[in-house]
Design a protein around this ligand. Sequence first.
Ligand SMILES: [Zn+2]
Length: 72
Amino acid sequence: MSKDRDFEGVVCPHCQSDNNEVLSLFGGSSSEVLFKCSDCDTCFNWLKWRGALPTSALDYAKENSDAQGPTS
Ligand SMILES: [Zn+2]
């Protein structure tokens, strides 16, 4: 998998895996990147400028996972 160096160290908030793929460079806002964990299939937002996850992102990921699941 090729991954942008800027995203090194991004880990899944649910299972702490670093095996993630970028779904969208602009998730909830222009400063967020939407990731999907390849291990637990959970989507989560990552803030480019902080490398930290706000509580709202965790809630979003949870809702997104419950409502949709993998679409492919
Ligand atoms: Zn995960």
